[in-house]
Design a binder for this molecule. Structure first.
Ligand code: ADP
Length: 399
């Protein structure tokens, strides 16, 4: 491998992991030079890097939980690794995946101290993601002080929603105070649209329902490339059931749990974010692969509920769009589970969806039969590539 000399580094910092990828700063070479992750930060830290083709370049596991030293330690390790790694080059920009940009950011932004203050104020809106995203930024500022730091937001793609899709039916003052349907997974949806613009222009320019189905899962109604509706709302809990998150729930259940069963806010938060969804329903696991192979009837129940809610939300998204021209599946489940794709598509014969079973099994990019009114696509999403593209644009504007 001959890595380029100027790099854009993308970072996606979670509570115990940091995923990273490095792209050439030169837009002529779009592919990632390498990608990798730190995981088990604070527990059993590990580090792994692969080249652009997926071959392992380096891996390391620390023997003590505190040996790496948190997010800051991870990024100084990455910086040292980059210096050691022959010819890896200099990092010109660091692009950060940030879950919440609030109402202010519909576009990526250079991270100045003022912008960071604004993002810190959003921590209560995304308590399980935003603080770690910001810890990643602090660590990157220290590790790569010469680089331009760029924030890319999962909420940004949804900022043009019509008001009826942006609000809850609460007194207006709550909307003004930021209690809105923000929508998430925007970087993935942006990738899906840009990918389809090249691979299937009619799908990208028409009425598209994009399904990002991973550990986190949501769907997005996209008209002519613009998000007009999302299943996720104020938090990343709403809409579809997920690995460990509940998805749509009657708010009366929360009143009951807290008022009658005495659960604290923290206990409800843990219940909804960490103990529900596929894991809660199956009583087994949040992992779809394991559920699909399990003989336990509760595993089948969990999959039934997952498919049923996708069916309901897909119907809702079709109504928001006034019809459907294309459906795109992405995310770990959407990209890899032919079973879930088949079961979802089987529900939508009435919409004109006809599955090409062989194409679905073989991992083809288009899995609908030709000639039908709705094309069905499988897109290997790439949020890092979107972040790198935004960084390049921001760097170009600074010249
Ligand atoms: P995250 O939201 O954390 O990025 P991913 O997009 O990686 O998550 O999705 C993880 C989910 O994808 C897990 O439920 C995993 O079981 C599922 N998955 C990955 N590969 C397959 C597969 N071959 N068949 C079914 N599910 C799969």
């Amino acid at each position: 491998m001959a890595p380029p000399t100027e790099l854009i580094l993308t970072l996606n910092a979670g509570s115990s992991s940091i995923k990273f990828a490095a792209f050439p700063a030169d837009p002529a070479e779009g592919r990632a030079a390498f990608r990798g992750a730190f995981d088990g930060i604070g527990v059993k830290p590990g580090f792994k890097v692969q080249d652009g083709e997926g071959a392992l370049i380096d891996a390391f596991i620390w023997d003590r939980p505190d040996a790496l030293g948190g997010h800051a330690g991870a990024l100084s390790h990455l910086m040292a690794w980059l210096e050691r790694f022959e010819g890896a080059g200099t990092v010109r920009a660091v692009g950060h995946r940030i879950v919440h940009g609030g109402t202010a950011y519909a576009e990526p932004v250079a991270l100045t101290p003022d912008v960071l203050d604004g993002l810190r104020a959003l921590e209560p809106l995304a308590p399980l993601h935003q603080p770690y995203n910001l810890a990643g930024i602090e660590a990157a500022l220290a590790a790569f002080p010469e680089a331009v730091q760029v924030g890319c937001f999962d909420t940004a793609f949804h900022r043009a929603h019509p008001w009826v899709n942006d609000t809850f039916a609460l007194p207006r003052r709550f909307y003004e105070a930021g209690v809105r349907r923000y929508g998430f997974h925007g970087l993935s949806y942006e990738f899906i649209v840009s990918h389809l613009r090249a691979a299937a222009p009619a799908a990208a320019s028409g009425r598209l329902i994009a399904c990002h189905l991973g550990n986190g899962a949501s769907m997005c109604a996209i008209k002519a490339g613009q998000s007009i509706g999302s299943t996720m709302g104020f938090s990343a809990l709403d809409g579809l059931p997920m690995g460990t998150r509940c998805g749509q729930i009657d708010p009366g259940v929360l009143l009951y749990l807290m008022g009658q069963q005495g659960l604290s806010v923290d206990e409800v938060q843990t219940l909804l974010y960490r103990e529900s969804g596929l894991k809660g329903l199956s009583g087994l696991t949040s992992d779809m692969r394991d559920l699909e192979t399990s003989k336990d009837p509760q595993a089948a129940d969990a999959i039934d509920y997952f498919v049923f809610r996708i069916k309901r939300e897909l119907g809702a998204m079709a109504a928001v769009l006034g019809g459907v021209d294309a459906i795109a599946f992405a995310g770990g489940i959407g990209e890899n589970s032919s079973l879930i794709r088949e079961r979802v598509c089987a529900e939508f014969g009435w919409l004109g969806v006809t599955l090409d079973t062989a194409a679905n099994q073989s991992g083809a990019a288009v899995i609908s039969r030709s000639g039908g009114p709705v094309t069905v696509h499988v897109v290997k999403t790439n949020e890092e590539a979107v972040i790198a593209r935004h960084c390049r644009a921001l760097l170009a504007n600074r010249l």
